[in-house]
Design a protein around this ligand. Sequence first.
Ligand code: ATR
Length: 273
Amino acid sequence: MSIVDTKTNLYAVIGDPIFHSLSPVMHNRAFNHIGYNGVYVAFHVKDVAAAITGMRALDIKGFSVTIPHKRAIMEFVDELDEMAEKIGAVNTVVNEAGKLIGYNSDCLGAVKALKEITEIESKKIVILGAGGAARAIGFGMAGEGGLVTIVNRTVQKGERLARDIGAGFCPMDQVEQLDCHILINTTSVGMTPNIDQMPVPENMFKQAMTVMDIVYNPLKTLFLKTAHENGCTAIDGVAMFVYQGAFQFEQWTGRKAPVDVMREVVINALSGR
Ligand code: ATR
């Protein structure tokens, strides 16, 4: 790490709980890699209002916001990015000379991870789940011109998200009727310890589909393994995480994010768990 001195730029993540966050290792490694004088720390925060007052007083240059504060933070920033406002959640704050601007980098990270592999415009996209992650990804896909269908176990919740996005809806038990170019899992199905589960039956996977999972624990979920075996291109959950972090890094430092280094450190941290 470069020497911490009076010029060091400070960054943070706030959440409750926070011990599981991979953002500190990812950002500190990236700062170090490009020789940027910055330090990123994790704060276990329950009182968002007090934390923001502290951030302003200490001139923290930027911070990430995780569960359960992504909504609450919105009323404390000075400006909201248009997409973050539409989604109704902020996970990234940039301090521009004292003005705090809120973004949703989950959305941007998902778009970027997919665009590395496929076009989004005019593609049929099925999103499994209707929680916070589905909301961010759904707005991102629709914003890029994707033709989105939300699929959820709880119908009312899924229909509400579909309506907000301007997407179609299909109940989870009818998912096999759908065909799509891009299939995205935002549910927790398949996450450790339930690694032998996947959210859809195997016949959903068709040759040449692009399939993304946001679960990264394990990195190779049954969903992604089965997709790969059926001739689909698989994108793991670390991709979205790293690209959302890359957006933060670039906003905060004005420098290009070392994406490969960030990915490597996250995968190493995961394998050490
Ligand atoms: P996040 O904010 O990470 O998206 P969330 O808000 O808890 O998490 O949303 C979890 C999503 O996974 C929900 O869409 C949930 O479906 P319900 O709305 O029906 O609860 C979905 N999910 C979780 N476990 C599931 C399971 N075993 N089968 C199908 N869907 C599941």
